[in-house]
Design a protein around this ligand. Structure first.
Ligand code: SF4
Length: 221
C-alpha cells in the first residue's frame, strides 16, 4: 500500500476512534500551557496535572512566576522528574517572557525555542495547542508508531516530523498528533502484544516492525 493511502486510512481510523481531541495538560492560557509542557518532560501528563493547580495559584502569570523563589517552584513540582532543572527553567523562562516579550508568550517557533527548557517539540505543542498554528510535535511514542506503521523510516524525530507532515494534510496536523498519542496510550503496551489484534498495526505494520516485535517477544518469553 502506498504511504499516502496508508496515511489516509490511519487518519480515518483515528477520526472514528477519537472524534474530539481534548488537550491532556490542564492549563488556562498560553503561559500555563507552556509551563505545563515544559514540566511534562520525562513525566506523565497525569502527574503534571496533579502539581500545576497549586503552582499556577502561586504563579498564574509570567510576572507572578518570576517573583517566586526557585525553591518555591521546586517545592510545588518536587514529585516530577528533573524537578530542580525544571524549577530553574520555569523561573528563568518567566523572567525572559517579561524581558523580551512584554510578559506574553511569543507566537514564534524561534522565540519559543530560545527560552530555557523549550525545545522544538515543546514549541510545537504550544504553537499548535495554544495558538492553533499547524505543527506536528513528535514525541518518542509518535516517532515509534510512525516507524511501525511505515509512515517514516524512524531515523530520528526530525525526519519523522518531516515525513508525517508530508503524508498528512496540514489542516489535520494539530488533531492528528493528539490522536496518535491517544491511540498509543490506549493500545500500545510496553511489551508482549499481538500486532495482529491491533486495529492499525494488523494491516499497516511494516515487515521490519513485525520482525522486531517477534524478536522482542521471544526475548521476554
Ligand atoms: S501493534 Fe502494538 S505497537 Fe502497533 S499500534 Fe498496535 S499496540 Fe501499538
Amino acid at each position: 500500500m502506498r504511504r499516502i493511502d496508508k496515511a489516509l486510512r490511519i487518519a480515518q481510523e483515528l477520526d472514528e476512534r477519537y472524534p474530539t481531541t481534548p488537550i491532556p495538560l490542564d492549563h488556562s492560557d498560553a503561559f500555563t500551557l507552556l509551563v505545563a509542557v515544559l514540566l511534562s518532560a520525562q513525566t506523565t501528563d497525569k502527574k503534571v496535572n496533579e502539581v500545576t493547580p497549586a503552582l499556577f495559584a502561586d504563579g498564574p502569570t509570567p510576572a507572578a512566576m518570576a517573583a517566586l523563589p526557585v525553591e518555591t517552584i521546586l517545592r510545588h513540582i518536587r514529585q516530577l522528574g528533573l524537578a530542580p532543572t525544571k524549577a530553574k527553567n520555569v523561573r528563568r523562562l518567566s523572567e525572559l517572557l517579561l524581558e523580551r516579550h512584554g510578559g506574553e508568550v511569543p507566537v514564534s517557533f524561534e522565540a519559543l525555542e530560545a527560552l530555557p527548557g523549550v525545545g522544538h517539540k515543546t514549541a510545537s505543542v504550544v504553537m499548535s495547542q495554544a495558538f492553533g498554528v499547524p505543527a506536528f510535535p513528535v514525541d518518542t511514542h509518535i516517532h515509534r508508531l510512525a516507524a511501525r506503521w511505515g509512515l517514516s523510516d524512524g531515523k530520528n524525530v526530525d525526519k519523522t516530523e518531516r515525513d508525517l507532515k508530508r503524508v498528512f494534510p496540514k489542516e489535520t496536523w494539530n488533531k492528528l498528533h493528539l490522536q496518535i498519542i491517544f491511540f498509543g496510550r490506549e493500545f500500545c503496551p510496553a511489551r508482549n502484544h499481538d500486532m495482529l489484534a491491533c486495529p492499525v498495526c494488523s494491516w499497516a505494520a511494516t515487515k521490519k516492525a513485525v520482525a522486531a516485535q517477534d524478536k522482542k517477544d521471544r526475548r521476554v518469553r
